[in-house]
Design a protein around this ligand. Structure first.
Ligand code: NAD
Length: 354
């Protein structure tokens, strides 16, 4: 890999394509990679104060949302481009796609460009299970997985790898999505039960994950469905006007968030008063705030996805591809030998004859 600071070398940027990302995941192993990313996310949340933080920058349209998610720890800078278009699956397209970039703060030069659609599924699952390891009831083995789309298998396997879940109960309004998820999970060491209703899915579950996509204030879970002591991992409410839980559940729960400034705009708590108390996960991870304190408590991770999780995942990938063939060097930076002779570099370039 080239380093941008060596003047006469061409500054090539490692690029991880979708194909290379898939090879990398198979090379490392899906659960091992999710666990590794979770460790990096936890390490970065433990040094929360080191980061520049801002709510992500959205461009809303009637079709969906396109967002930029930047952060920096003063040495590296990262951002993710991500969309959220719940209507896309009906057109044969993904609801969520993404790519991201890391850069060196000292030179400003990019050091990694990568696909992040797969990486977002990995880091979202890693974050959910990491948070589950702090908040889920001790000895939890069963998870309800409501919404069986693109993220769902990653969520199930992350909770298996990190929280010791052995059984998942699937439900989706589209039975084909449930059938797909159940089939994909065959051979991964989980007991899988396909359910016909959300009520059936949550029977006996100590952890409830909601991961649906619908651009409205939906009610995937109602208050009477939630018993004492469960942990709710709410993934799908991540945009203004797009939530999954009945408000009464929020009022009975201790609510844990990534970055309140962003979650109050995008998360389940957008339906609550602006000063409703929430607990910041970095404080739990640093030991400054309590996680689960009783077996009767309902804990809710109001997940929206925060830039530091992507930063951790980007740095994980940058280090994981070193010495491998799972990337290609990309000529995306004009970097003349004489830094002030950009024009000369252009003039000297041999014209291509077509
Ligand atoms: P997807 O479109 O592939 O899957 C969503 C599934 O939800 C579909 O199978 C759909 O049939 C199902 N569904 C819709 N309404 C339902 C209902 N009422 N009950 C049960 N199932 C229902 O989407 P995805 O890529 O899996 O993403 C799921 C959600 O997670 C999206 O809303 C996305 O924006 C969000 N997301 C959040 C984060 C985060 O960090 N919090 C990260 C990635 C994605």
């Amino acid at each position: 890999m080239s380093t941008p600071s060596q003047p006469s070398e061409k500054a090539l940027v490692p690029f991880v394509s979708v194909d290379h990302m898939m090879q990398l995941v198979h090379h490392i192993g899906l659960e091992a990679m999710i666990t590794g990313i979770a460790k990096d996310i936890e390490a970065d949340f433990k040094r929360w104060e080191a980061f520049d933080k801002t709510p992500r920058v959205p461009a809303h349209s009637p079709h969906g949302v396109i967002e930029l998610m930047p952060t920096s720890d003063g040495e590296a800078y990262g951002f993710k481009y991500v969309n959220g278009h719940p209507k896309n699956t009906k057109e044969g397209l993904q609801t969520v796609t993404a790519f991201g970039l890391l850069a060196d703060v000292y030179t400003g030069y990019p050091t990694l460009l990568t696909e992040m659609t797969l990486l977002t599924a990995l880091r979202t699952a890693a974050t959910s299970a990491l948070v589950g390891s702090y908040l889920a009831p001790k000895g939890a083995t069963t998870m309800a997985m409501i919404g069986n789309g693109a993220q769902s298998e990653f969520q199930c396997l992350a909770f298996k790898a990190i929280c010791g879940v052995t059984s998942v109960r699937l439900y989706d309004t589209d039975p084909q999505a449930t059938a797909k998820c159940a089939e994909n999970l065959v051979g991964h060491g989980l007991s899988v039960v396909s359910c016909k209703t959300a009520e059936e899915a949550i029977e006996g579950a100590q952890i409830i994950t909601t991961c649906t996509a619908d651009k409205r204030n939906a009610t995937i879970l109602t208050d009477n469905m939630i018993g004492a002591g469960v942990h709710i991992n709410a993934i799908g409410g991540d945009c203004p006007g797009k939530t999954e839980l009945h408000r009464d559940i929020l009022l009975r729960s201790d609510i844990f968030v990534e970055y309140p400034e962003q979650t109050r705009i995008e998360g389940e708590i957008q339906v609550l008063d602006a000063d409703h108390p929430v607990i910041e996960l970095w404080q739990v991870m640093q030991g400054r705030a309590s996680g689960r304190v009783s077996d009767k408590q309902i804990t809710l991770f109001d997940s929206v996805g925060f830039a530091i999780e992507d930063f951790s995942a980007l740095r994980y990938v940058k280090s994981a591809i070193e010495g491998t063939r799972f990337f290609e060097p990309l000529d995306m930076l004009a970097d003349p030998d004489d830094p002030r002779d950009l024009f000369g570099m252009l003039a000297r370039a041999a014209p291509v004859t077509r």
